[in-house]
Design a protein around this ligand. Structure first.
Ligand code: CTP
Ligand code: MG
Length: 415
């Protein structure tokens, strides 16, 4: 059997933070940017760089999800991956990663999963710049005019030519970084990044150019920025496929999509259906609130835009959507379509079921669903099935939705 050479470079991807400033209801690394999580994007970048040992530092309790993300990103190179559990602070998470390095590794990079869109070339450039004597970090020139302040008083100007904004990955000779971490462990020092920790132990660090795309996703605005950057790429790809020679005028036409969903009655609490709560009605079971009308609409919209399906974007791999109601799913779907360059024409949906009796709340449901989609018209119809099938036997409901979307750069086709 041929043995692959053991890599002498490793990258520790720290993903164990809670993301308190993002506040998305799940660890930041597991939050979806588009159909892929922050961590998955970061790992896609890592596996597009040179062959390295990849140590992912997972939030405690989420090692299983992290492992599936790693396996998917790694493909045939999954043997390069190792998962360890992180600590309370970033520094302790890096220390946990250091303990998992293979014997042959002499250069180690430390990378924030939160810098999800870091170009693979930046990872390679850092690895190239590390020497036996010195570490290397990517940093961007500071473009804003800076002030030193006390409270709301401006004290003095700061010479920005003396400053640079540090990014990751940060690369170091392995033994020196390990020694610096051991020293920090003894003194109890906490540093904000690895370069500071390394320098405080007497290490030298060189700077190489950083990249705007390597920004750190910290706040909801940063997540939106990442979505816009990826949305532009998706929109370009979908325009290119729409404009391929086999479909020369496809972009000029609206696009249609279909979605179906079925849920059994079951579980606790009230029914949620068509964006409304129905006190006293038997609920539907399912991940999230079981609102089959909303789920069918999401599939119809994603299908029309060619953006995949509900399982991919909102499934069990996205714990932040557990228990979410229609407004969250629909608003996020509308956002994804907008980012990909699509506007919603209209949505028509029908459910088959004996309960609830729908007609009295039709307008209310249509208004709620339409509002969640940013105002696109939604019509909802309901029917029984004359006692036939699972809907007729009262076991659950079945829903069909169709949606029309069009290129947001064009006016909607008039009737
Ligand atoms: N990190 C980690 N372990 C910690 C804290 C942070 O592995 N105990 C990782 C994060 O997952 C992230 C990187 O370090 O990839 C940079 O940290 P930051 O952006 O501050 O992430 P969080 O600490 O998760 O966010 P916040 O500070 O808003 O809670
Ligand atoms: Mg933090």
């Amino acid at each position: 059997m041929t043995q692959l050479p053991v890599p002498t470079t490793a990258i520790i991807v720290v993903a164990a933070g809670s993301g308190s400033r993002l506040n998305a209801g799940a660890p930041k690394a597991l939050v979806g940017i588009d159909s892929r999580s922050v961590l998955r994007h970061a790992l896609d970048g890592v596996f597009a760089a040179r062959t390295m040992q990849v140590v992912v530092v997972a939030p405690a309790g989420f090692e299983g999800v992290v492992e599936s993300e790693l396996l998917e990103a790694a493909g045939e190179r999954s043997a390069l991956g190792t998962i360890v559990t992180g600590g309370e602070t970033r520094q302790s998470s890096v220390a946990a990663g250091l303990a998992a390095l293979w014997g042959d590794v002499d250069t180690v990079l430390v990378h924030d999963a939160a810098r999800a869109l870091t170009p693979p070339a930046q990872i390679d450039a850092v690895a190239d710049a590390v020497t036996a004597e010195a570490g290397a970090i990517p940093a961007l020139a500071v473009v804003d005019t800076l002030k030193q302040v006390e409270g709301d008083t401006v004290v003095s100007a700061v010479d920005r030519s003396l400053l640079a904004a540090a990014q990751t990955p940060q690369g170091f000779p392995r033994r020196s970084l390990e020694a610096a971490y051991a020293r920090a462990g003894e003194t109890g020092e906490e540093h904000t990044d690895d370069a500071a920790l390394f320098a405080s132990a007497g290490g030298r660090v060189r700077r190489i150019p950083g990249s705007e795309r390597a920004f750190k996703i910290t706040t909801p605005d940063d997540l939106e920025r990442a979505r816009l950057l990826l949305g532009d790429a998706h929109a370009t790809a979908s325009r290119q496929s729409a404009g391929s020679p086999s479909a020369p005028s496809a972009a000029a036409l609206p696009r249609i999509g279909i979605g179906t969903d079925a849920h059994a009655y079951g579980g606790e609490g009230n029914l949620w259906l068509a964006g409304l709560e129905w006190p006293g009605e038997q609920p539907l079971s399912g991940h999230s609130d079981g609102d089959a009308v909303a789920h069918a609409i999401v599939d119809a919209l994603l299908g029309a835009a060619g953006l995949g399906d509900i399982g991919e974007h909102f499934g069990t791999a996205h714990p932040e959507y557990a228990g979410a109601h229609a407004d969250v799913f629909l608003a996020r779907t509308a956002q994804m379509l907008a980012a990909a360059g699509f506007a919603i024409g209209n949505v028509s949906v029908q459910f088959q079921g004996n309960r609830p009796r729908f007609s009295a709340r039709r307008q209310e449901a249509e208004a709620a669903l339409s509002a969640a989609l940013g105002g696109a018209p939604v019509s909802v119809a309901a029917t029984t099935t004359d006692g036939l099938g699972f809907a007729g036997r009262g076991e659950g409901i079945a829903v069909t939705a169709v949606a029309l979307v069009f290129d947001a750069g064009r006016t909607p086709p008039s009737a």
